[in-house]
Write a protein that binds this ligand. Structure first.
Ligand code: ARG
Length: 461
């Protein structure tokens, strides 16, 4: 069934568009989010056209005033986006016709929707990147303060989910500070490649008008102007870079979320999630569920999905612009929303945690000091491999006899190596931690250094 004809979109066609097709091709249900960027880009484009005498100064003033009115209408919720106008660009242009008449027709001189949409997406992505960076910075600031506050807390460090060596809880927190710092760096680097002006490329081949692209770039805060018109309208690698950086950041968040989930079980009870960040069970009254962390873990999946989806859209796409590129938007918006949301939730969740330092300490069995016992033998002259073998036998003996290492007699130690002396008793959790003074190790002095360095960084955010 044909529906209302929109002349500016129907061009040479004689028949009206099919209603299902109209819904199918329309992007306005989601790309309306680009309206601010679209209007900003149009206003600067019109200004440049006037400066270059492609349109008159008066025409520019009229266009600009009209665009400002439209912006106010949309901001205040009065604007009615129409499906039959397909996308945000046509909706705004059509309204401009209603407001200022035929002068509106001059705005699209020396421009195509192809370079227009590339511009809007880059403006949006640039803003999104800044927002993500700020949110990650706020999370990092919290982690550093938590690390400073809990500097005395010793916990079991795990490999393969087995107690491995004692570490400072702050060391654990600072590990995430490092990961999120790299995420920030990835987004900063991504921002540089986003920040290139595509407008002025036309549909694909460039423009037969004396446009001043540098002027537009400067006005819109772009660092440079795209070097090739086909590239500018047809690539979305900046979307992919944003989405892959987001996927990596979500991966980091999901790991932290998983630790919170594990550590807040009755079995671990290392932490307790603050009431504001937990939910209760509708049937089991004793339960306090870490749903927030579980959802962060789960939402990582859809962010990965958007990356994979867009990579697939781009794969084998012929030059130059194809409508396939319209599929960049929903995934991008959802990636951005989900990521910011999850970072904020995790920052709040981490700050809400009640840390059970005693529980962390008493969960550690003496076997966690086995490496230290081996290092002790190395200090007494054994090679590390020999020492490892001796301590393996010692641990196995202790376990078989249901004893902790510190419950063994010195003479029992001596059965495994003559080099054991009574000073083997000096090996403690705290000493184990403090011995690890290598750069980046868990010794308190090292962790304090990393916190100091981090504070300089977070102070500069
Ligand atoms: N909605 C379109 C998109 O997102 C705008 C560009 C349309 N260009 C075109 N030649 N049909 O890509």
């Amino acid at each position: 069934m044909g529906v209302k004809k929109e002349a500016r979109l129907r061009g040479r066609f004689k028949e009206d568009i099919d209603a299902a097709v109209q819904r199918f091709v329309a992007s306005v249900p989601f790309d309306w989010r680009l309206y601010r960027h679209d209007i900003e880009g149009s206003a600067v484009h019109a200004e440049m056209l006037a400066k270059q005498k492609i349109i008159s100064r008066k025409e520019f003033e009229k266009i600009k005033a009209g665009l400002q009115d439209i912006l106010a209408e949309i901001d205040s919720g009065k604007f009615k986006f129409k499906l039959e106008l397909e996308d945000v660009h046509m909706n705004i242009e059509s309204r401009l016709f209603e407001l200022i008449g035929d002068t509106a027709g001059k705005l699209h001189t020396a421009r195509s929707r192809n370079d227009q949409v590339a511009l809007d997406m880059r403006l949006f992505a640039r803003e999104a990147t800044v927002r993500v960076i700020q949110t990650l910075q706020a999370l990092n600031t919290r982690l550093v303060e938590m690390a400073a506050k809990n500097i005395k807390v010793v916990m079991p460090g795990y490999t393969h989910m087995q107690q491995a060596q004692p570490v400072l809880f702050s060391h654990y927190l600072m590990a995430y500070f490092e990961m999120f710092s790299r995420d920030i760096a990835r987004f900063e680097s991504c921002r540089e490649r986003i920040n290139v002006l595509p407008l002025g490329s036309g549909a694909l081949a460039g423009l037969p008008y004396p446009v001043d692209r540098e002027f537009v770039a400067k006005r819109l805060g772009f660092g440079s102007v795209s070097a090739n018109s086909m590239d500018a309208v047809s690539d979305r690698d900046f979307v992919l870079e944003f989405e892959s950086s987001a996927a990596i950041a979500m991966m980091h968040l999901s790991r932290m979320a998983e630790d919170v989930i594990t550590w807040s079980t009755m079995e671990f009870a290392f932490v307790e999630v603050g009431d504001a960040y937990a939910t209760s069970s509708s049937i089991m009254p004793q339960k306090k569920n870490p749903d927030t962390a579980e959802l962060v873990r789960a939402k990582t999946g859809r962010v990965y999905g958007h990356l994979l989806g867009m990579l697939t859209v781009m794969k084998g796409l012929p030059q130059a612009y194809n409508r396939d590129l319209q599929e960049d938007k929903e995934g991008f918006f959802d990636t951005f929303d989900t990521l910011v949301y999850c970072i904020e939730i995790m920052a709040g969740l981490m700050a809400s945690l009640k840390i059970n330092a005693a529980r962390m300490k008493y969960s550690m069995l003496s076997y966690i000091l086995a490496t230290d016992v081996a290092d002790y033998l190395v200090n007494k002259g054994l090679s590390f491999r020999e020492a490892h073998a001796v301590v393996s036998r010692l641990v196995s003996y202790a376990i078989d006899n249901n004893k902790e290492l510190n419950e063994l007699e010195i003479k029992e130690y001596k059965e495994f190596s003559e080099r054991f002396e009574s000073d083997v008793r000096n090996i403690t959790l705290q000493k184990s931690v403090e011995a690890r003074t290598s750069q980046g190790g868990t010794a308190t002095a090292e962790v304090k250094k990393s916190i100091e360095k981090a504070r300089e960084i977070t102070g500069g955010y």
